[in-house]
Design a binder for this molecule. Structure first.
Ligand code: 4NP
Length: 154
């Protein structure tokens, strides 16, 4: 089983949207037994909460389920549990690198999945309000990640 963890700050906007999009792709590809997906935040403010309204609206629009997705905080054992740890921006990446037990070789910056794109970080829609922009980036990057995992691991 290959495992992917998406990481953002609050775990209510970007990383749960990525989790839902990736889970949908995995289901459509019939890879549920081969590839697991989760998300976490570096902050603790929203632990136990479901996705932000803006994230839910984008997922509803695209008929993608977010059932069962609840915010949790990233912790050291996640470095052991996951093969790919995908951070949404530079700040998330720096925060994760400070956590004891860090496995740098597992860390990916999300926008490095889309090397041609001018943006190098996934903007935080909690502050920008632009959930549509984030959906488009996450949809494209998750497809690139699935292709990468299939070529490397499956
Ligand atoms: P996310 O967005 O990291 O994409 O989930 C945020 C959600 C909440 C907060 C910041 C960013 N907050 O400060 O509560």
């Amino acid at each position: 089983m290959v495992s992917v963890l998406f990481v953002c700050l609050g775990n209510i906007c970007r990383s749960p949207m990525a989790e839902a999009i990736m889970r949908n792709k995995v289901e459509q590809a019939g890879l549920m037994e081969a590839l697991s997906v989760d998300s976490a935040g570096t902050g603790d403010w929203h632990i136990g909460n479901g996705p932000h309204q803006g994230t839910r609206e984008m997922l509803d629009l695209h008929n993608i389920s977010y059932e069962g997705i609840k915010a949790r905080q990233f912790a050291g054992p996640d470095f052991e549990k996951f093969d790919y740890i995908v951070c949404m921006d530079d700040s998330n990446l720096n925060n994760v690198k400070k956590i004891p037990g860090v496995k740098e070789e597992k860390l990916i910056k999300f926008m490095d999945l889309l090397p041609e794109h001018e943006l190098r970080e996934v903007p935080d829609p909690y502050f920008t309000g632009n959930f549509e922009q984030v959906y488009d980036l996450l949809e494209a990057g998750c497809q690139a990640l699935l292709d990468k995992i299939r070529s490397e691991r499956l």
